[in-house]
Design a protein around this ligand. Structure first.
Ligand code: NAD
Length: 275
């Protein structure tokens, strides 16, 4: 029996930040299942493209790459027009591009709240929240005209809850400089939850669904051992997520399996928010 419930075959998707750790996973999972994928990213390095996307997908018109800064409306519209001209109006939009402050960040951008720089706050909100808004505005409007579409925003447990600063306290012992997980990412991601609900209800009768996926931390081999230990001790499942572990949620939200779901927050966090 052919499984049509979770099918994305023949659909057209846009994945922002598709050369990043999670975005490349999402895009490749969609490709593997027969969707065509337009990858939007701020920088399109050919060696990253060749490393992350198969020659077959690149050669057979299944994937396209677009240099797009999602904070630039004009740039978004030109790229969306190019996708529409090539494959038609997208069925799926994954708003994955984002910026965060890692524990390796310089002290100037990871100091106390009282001195957190306004320009950095604005930049993080601009990319994570305003950029997502601009992408939804451009693509959602076309989807609504066509009477179908699934928009998936990528949130974060840090947009639902405040970060636990104790996890990062080891940095001060190690380097003498405290690392305070900044407010900007939390505030920006938090805004995505009501952007999601607003657009979901706004377009509900037009057949456009808008949902948000809330992941927790993903393992990277560049993370400090102390950070991983502290994080995993707090995590009910006892480990960080693997890069590919959110792909199932993307396929569920992109396909007809979630046809009656809109405005929802799909939390996939190893149990982080359960206690
Ligand atoms: N990795 C995690 O632990 C984690 C946890 C929770 C949520 N998330 C969220 O998942 C998403 C992907 O995270 P990731 O870990 O893969 O990050 P990543 O840094 O590996 O990838 C993010 C991508 O977004 C792109 N990008 C940044 N600003 C852009 C802009 N203005 N225009 C276009 N592209 C831009 C970057 O170039 C990069 O390719 C983000 O929204 C992030 O907040 C990640």
């Amino acid at each position: 029996m052919k499984d049509t419930l979770f099918s994305v075959e023949g659909k057209v998707a846009i994945v922002t930040g598709g050369l990043g750790q999670l975005g490349s996973q999402f895009a490749n999972e969609l490709l593997k299942r027969g969707a065509k994928v337009a990858v939007f990213g701020r920088t399109m390095r050919s060696h990253s493209i060749e490393q992350l996307y198969s020659k077959e997908d690149r050669d057979f018109n299944r994937v396209s790459f677009h240099t797009v800064d999602i904070t630039d409306k004009q740039c978004i519209h030109s790229a969306v027009d190019a996708v529409v001209a090539r494959w038609g109006v997208p069925h799926i939009l994954v708003n994955n591009a984002g910026i965060d402050t890692q524990p390796s960040a310089p002290a100037a951008v990871s100091g106390p709240f009282e001195n957190f720089p306004e320009d950095v706050f604005r930049e993080v909100v601009d990319v994570n929240l305003t950029g997502t808004f601009l992408m939804i505005q451009a693509v959602g409007a076309l989807m609504a005209e066509n009477g179908r579409g699934s928009i998936i925003n990528i949130g974060s447990i840090y947009g639902m809850l405040s970060p636990i600063q104790d996890i990062y306290a080891y940095k001060k012992n190690k380097t003498g400089i405290p690392f305070i997980k900044p407010v900007a990412y939390s505030a920006a991601k938090s805004g995505l939850y009501n952007l999601t609900r607003y657009c979901a209800t706004y377009w509900a009768k037009k057949g456009v669904r808008v949902n948000i996926l809330s992941p927790s931390g993903v393992f990277r081999n560049t993370q400090d051992a102390e950070f991983q230990k502290n994080y995993c001790e707090r995590m009910p499942i006892g480990r960080m997520a693997r890069s590919e572990e959110y792909n199932g949620a993307i396929i569920f939200l992109a396909s007809d399996a979630s046809l009656y779901m809109t405005g929802a927050n799909l939390v996939m966090d190893g149990g982080w928010t359960a206690w």
